[in-house]
Design a protein around this ligand. Structure first.
Ligand SMILES: NC(=O)C1=CN([C@@H]2O[C@H](COP(=O)(O)OP(=O)(O)OC[C@H]3O[C@@H](n4cnc5c(N)ncnc54)[C@H](OP(=O)(O)O)[C@@H]3O)[C@@H](O)[C@H]2O)C=CC1
Ligand SMILES: O=C(O)/C=C\C(=O)CC(=O)O
Length: 371
């Protein structure tokens, strides 16, 4: 049975090597005259390049973005936007910088022009996250969806290979979960499969040559598609686990996605076998979960939670948190099976394909009926 609701919520996208040359025109199209440029401290040279290209349309540079948007940084950026009379925010960087732009937009409604240099995909979503007193709160608001995105693969050429791989797998995770999202639709399925394929083919090309032209093009293209999926349909167990591990135990964002994804896919494999076949085909593997684990390993990415800062004594708490306010998932959440999943992920073992039960009270996924 085919049933879905589809609504188009997408920014204007310019994808081009050297896309920054369109910056002035694009800011003008937003109706803006005073842009506040945002970046992390380390990406200040890129922010200054953007400021230079903006010329008189640049109101200032705020290069203080940090991971997970602490409320103090958000307040400082909002104050700075007011102080310089900004009428738009131009965010150059990864999810941390774009997240800071979203924090400004959430309060002021200023339009955002995003220039992503990682593959996290925040530029395509109306999702924001702000951390206060050690707790990250996320929400959705149409005001934080960037109005324009400039994708320039040349700007990601400096992203180190290891970061490119984990960031690329972060993107693949959005698409993989989009394929079994309860509110998914055929358009997002097409984007998801193409996004996974592009990243699975692009990432290995960066291994010996991180500035490989076609490799960077493919990865950024894949990131755009996967980010679009994240922005349009709901996520499931994998994202819930990653948000739990990142939020409660401060594990690094993209690395956590990289370690967890094969195990989350294995957990859901029997509930949505058709989806798993499609993912396997997209990554060129016989089976989705093991294929993802092998892909990560072959690219030298972390495969063990213990190698990215997890403590074994925190696994029980992680299960508890992951089953509280759970995201809809095709297979029901069972504490014992989740503990098994995390034990394997902790030790860096291949995903376990055993001990699975029928979909039961999970939503069963659309993949059960859609080919
Ligand atoms: N709201 C949403 O829809 C989404 C939000 N997110 C959020 O975004 C954050 C993760 O995003 P992610 O992009 O992984 O993280 P960051 O923005 O923190 O970037 C990750 C790393 O990439 C480096 N980097 C970025 N650009 C370059 C470049 N051009 N050259 C060299 N290095 C570069 C950064 O270095 P440095 O710090 O030194 O600049 C940083 O170490 C998390 O907080 C996550 O929750 C992620 C996905 C979607
Ligand atoms: O936590 C956020 O800022 C919002 C969403 C994400 O981080 C998506 C993801 O897990 O990559």
């Amino acid at each position: 049975m085919l049933e879905f609701t589809y609504e188009n919520r997408m920014p204007r996208v310019i994808f081009e090597r050297g896309a920054l040359r369109h910056l002035q025109r694009e800011v003008e199209l937003l109706g803006a005259t005073r842009a506040l440029v945002l970046s992390t401290p380390d990406q200040l040279p890129q922010a200054e390049m953007v400021a230079e290209k903006l010329g008189p349309r640049c109101a200032g540079v705020f290069a203080e973005a940090v991971m997970h948007v602490p409320i103090e940084t958000a307040r400082a950026a909002r104050d700075e936007a007011r102080r310089v009379g900004a009428d738009c925010a131009v965010a150059i960087g990864g999810g941390s910088t774009i997240g800071l732009g979203k924090a400004i937009a959430l309060e002021s409604g200023l339009p955002i022009l995003a220039i992503p240099t990682t593959y996290a995909g925040s530029e395509m979503t109306p999702i924001y996250g702000i951390t206060e007193a050690g707790v990250k709160k996320t929400g959705k608001d149409p005001r934080v969806l960037p109005q324009t995105v400039l994708y320039d693969p040349e700007l990601s050429a400096t992203l180190p290979f290891a970061l490119s791989v984990t960031s690329g797998i972060n993107a693949i995770a959005h698409a993989a979960e989009g394929l079994y999202a309860r509110d998914g639709n055929p358009i997002m399925d097409l984007l998801a499969l193409e996004g996974i394929r592009a990243l699975a083919q692009g990432l290995p090309r960066l291994k010996d040559q991180p500035d490989h032209t076609e490799g960077r093009d493919a990865c950024l293209y894949g990131a755009w598609l996967c980010g679009t999926v994240l922005g349009n349909v709901g996520m499931a167990l994998h994202h819930k686990l990653c948000h739990t591990l990142g939020g409660a135990f401060s594990l690094p964002h993209a690395e956590t996605h990289t370690v967890i994804l094969p195990h989350a896919l294995a957990y859901n494999a029997r509930a949505v076998p058709a989806v798993m076949r499609r993912i396997a085909t997209a990554i060129g593997a016989e089976e989705a979960a093991t294929g993802m684990w092998r892909l990560a390993r072959s690219l030298g990415a972390p495969v063990a939670l213990r190698d990215i800062g997890m403590r074994h004594e925190d696994l029980a708490r992680a299960v508890e948190l992951a089953t509280t306010a759970a995201y809809p998932n095709p297979r029901p959440l069972e504490a014992a099976a989740l503990r098994g999943l995390l034990e394997r992920a902790y030790a860096g073992e291949p995903p376990g394909m055993d001990g699975q039960e029928s979909p039961g009270a999970g939503h069963g996924g659309r993949g059960a009926t859609l080919k």
